[in-house]
Structures are given as structure tokens and as C-alpha cells.
Design a protein around this ligand. Structure first.
Ligand code: AMP
Ligand code: MG
Length: 351
């Protein structure tokens, strides 16, 4: 009897010791190439390795659904269905619903049907060219998203045969948001996911202080940060002309297009950063507000209470062509210029 008791105590001690070991914090950093970009995942927690692998699997799965070039993706099948209904995943339907809502809220500045125009400029293949005005005008006849039909009961979409969708402006934001959700479900309280410039944070840094996200100088080189932003549990998403472009005859042409003209959006801004809890909202709005320009972007931010649900509230950082910066008041205490950029003019916009 005594021996059994002793054995039980020893066993209990071993279990406690092992679970103590398992609970020790682990920091895991991984890089993956997905969604046409290099992604860095940094996760801390007792199950960091497992959580990191789960996030990788999720991103690969989403890439498989939303790639415009992979022939088995939901988007490819939809874009090649010649006007027929296409059965898609819940994730794709849900992203379509959010992208189309953001498109209406931004009065079409975000247009998930702009793909044929993006392709005409060569931004999908890297075979860059400047399309003729007539060619652009003809393509712009087919970007009206009101022709897209959704069947929520059967999880299906139908687009006219002459239309094509592209989630390039929202996919990384949505992937970051879903990845953060997954990490929180797995008990992770500290992670920073950098999905090619779309940053999504979970909780704070392992030492409890806020994450510090560098804001790229759009006039500088890769690795030049003009400011540092402190965030917790938020997404920080930037759209900028410097991210993908080509130069021809002294002109720079970038990948963010104005759906009204079909030309790269030249609104006087070099980059737009949106900070908020929803990765999809931040991503969709960073593209849309880049198209809209400073005045309309600030107006949109001031009127956001009517347009965006509370949990999707956001703040902005706009970098103008002259290098000066506009930030909205929610960021004032969390935004610090870096060494070498102390003389940058920063205007704070209030509500
Ligand atoms: P982002 O980097 O999030 O600003 O998204 C830019 C990508 O979205 C481009 O590479 C295009 O594939 C696509 N795109 C370009 N202009 C627009 C637009 N006005 N609305 C929606 N998607 C766009
Ligand atoms: Mg975007």
C-alpha cells in the first residue's frame, strides 16, 4: 500500500515536472513565400511551434483559394466559368461580401473587379506595358461589381463572362486577420505576422510592451523607416506606389489603379497606412484611400462612425509626395519619428 502511494507521488511529480517543461515559453520565427510575397511569422508561447505550423497551413490554404493564377483556386474557376454559377468555399464568399461592402463604402475606389485592367498593365506577369487609352476604356466597361451575383444558401458566385475578380487588395489583410484569430484560439498572446508589408499583431511583445512597427519611408530604400508605431492586437497595413512599379520614359507607373481612369492612382500621396483591429478593413481601405487622396481620405476617416462598425474603427498615416506626414489623432501618442527623420513635418488631424 505504502509503495503504491509512493509510486503515485513520484508519478505525479514527473507529470508536474513534464507539464512544467511543456509550459515553458518558446519563440518561433519562420519565413514562407505565399500570396506572391515573403512572409515572416514570429510567435511566442508554450505551443509556438505548433501554432506557427497551423498559421502556415492556413495561409497556404487561403492562397490556394484566392490565387488568380492557380487553376484550381476558387478565383481562377470563377474567372473562367463563362458566366456560370461556381461553387466556392465559405472563406471566399465571406471575403467577397466584405470586399464588395468596402467597395460601396469607398464609392468604388476599391474595386475587386479591376483585374483585367491590372493585367493589361502587366502587373500580374511582370511584363509591363502602358496600355492605350482606348484599350483601358474598353476594359473599364467590365468592372461594374453590381453584376456579380452571390448565392449564400449554396455558397456560390456568378460573374458575367466578360468580368474577372482579383482579391489582391484585401487577401493579405484577411489572411492576417484569420491567422490572428487562429493564434488566439490556440492560446497565443504574443505574435507578429508580417505578410509582405501587411503587419498583424496578436497581443503585445513577449515582455509585455507594445509591438513596434516600422513605417517605411516611401522615398527611401527598403529598410528605411521614417517612424515607429506602437501597437497591440492590431493590423498595420500600408499601400504605397513604391511596392510594385515600373519606370518608362521618365514616368513611374505603379500597381494601385484608379478605377475611374484605369491609370495608376496619382492623388498626391506616396503611401497610406491604416491601423485598426480588422486586417481586411485595413487592407481594403489602404488601397481605396490611396486612390482617393488626402482630402477624401481624411473626410472618410471623419465620417467613419456611419460607415464602419465600431470594432472596425481605424486610424491613418498618410505620406505626401513632399515627404510630409499626416496622422489621425488616435495615433498621436503611439507614433515616433526615427533618427534622421526628426525634421519631418507631421500634421495631426482631429475629429
Ligand atoms: P494593395 O497592395 O493592398 O494596395 O493592393 C494592390 C493590388 O490590388 C494590386 O496589385 C492589384 O492587384 C489590385 N488593385 C489595384 N488597384 C486596385 C483598386 N483600385 N481596387 C482593388 N484592387 C486594386
Ligand atoms: Mg490593400
Amino acid at each position: 500500500m505504502k509503495r503504491t502511494k509512493l509510486r503515485a507521488i513520484v508519478l505525479a511529480c514527473i507529470i508536474i515536472f513534464l507539464s512544467g517543461c511543456a509550459k515553458s515559453e518558446q519563440k518561433v520565427e519562420t519565413q514562407i513565400f505565399a500570396m506572391d510575397t515573403l512572409m515572416t511569422l514570429s510567435v511566442t508561447g508554450s505551443n509556438a511551434q505548433e501554432a506557427c505550423e497551423a498559421v502556415q497551413a492556413l495561409i497556404v490554404e487561403l492562397d490556394g483559394l484566392w490565387s488568380v493564377t492557380n487553376e484550381s483556386s476558387d478565383l481562377w474557376r470563377l474567372n473562367h466559368a463563362r458566366g456560370e454559377w461556381v461553387s466556392i468555399s465559405r472563406q471566399t464568399l465571406s471575403l467577397w461580401e466584405e470586399a464588395s461592402a468596402l467597395s460601396s463604402r469607398t464609392e468604388g475606389a476599391l474595386n475587386p473587379a479591376i483585374y483585367p485592367v491590372v493585367r493589361a498593365w502587366g502587373f500580374t506577369t511582370g511584363e509591363y506595358r502602358v496600355p492605350q487609352e482606348r484599350e483601358l476604356a474598353a476594359l473599364l466597361e467590365h468592372i461594374d461589381i453590381s453584376y456579380v451575383q452571390a448565392d449564400t444558401q449554396n455558397t456560390a458566385l456568378r460573374i458575367p463572362a466578360d468580368m474577372q475578380l482579383d482579391f489582391g487588395a484585401v487577401a493579405k489583410g484577411r489572411a492576417g486577420g484569420l491567422a490572428a484569430e487562429l493564434l488566439r484560439e490556440m492560446g497565443i498572446t504574443s505574435a507578429c505576422l508580417n505578410l509582405g508589408g501587411n503587419v498583424q499583431t496578436v497581443g503585445s511583445r513577449p515582455d509585455g510592451t507594445p509591438w513596434r512597427v516600422g513605417l517605411r519611408d516611401p522615398l527611401g530604400e527598403e529598410g528605411d523607416y521614417l517612424a515607429i508605431l506602437s501597437v497591440e492586437d492590431q493590423a498595420v497595413v500600408t499601400s504605397g506606389g513604391y511596392q510594385r512599379y515600373f519606370d518608362l520614359d521618365g514616368e513611374r507607373y505603379w500597381h494601385i489603379l484608379d478605377p475611374e481612369s484605369g491609370y495608376p492612382a496619382r492623388s498626391g500621396l506616396l503611401s497610406v497606412t491604416v491601423v485598426g483591429p480588422s486586417g481586411t478593413v485595413c487592407d481594403g481601405l489602404s488601397t481605396a484611400l490611396f486612390v482617393m487622396g488626402e482630402e477624401q481620405a481624411v473626410e472618410f476617416w471623419r465620417g467613419r462612425a456611419d460607415l464602419i462598425r465600431n470594432e472596425e474603427d481605424f486610424d491613418l498615416i498618410l505620406v505626401r509626395e513632399d515627404g510630409s506626414v499626416v496622422i489621425t489623432e488616435g495615433l498621436e501618442s503611439r507614433f515616433v519619428l526615427t533618427t534622421g527623420y526628426e525634421d519631418t513635418r507631421v500634421e495631426v488631424v482631429t475629429w
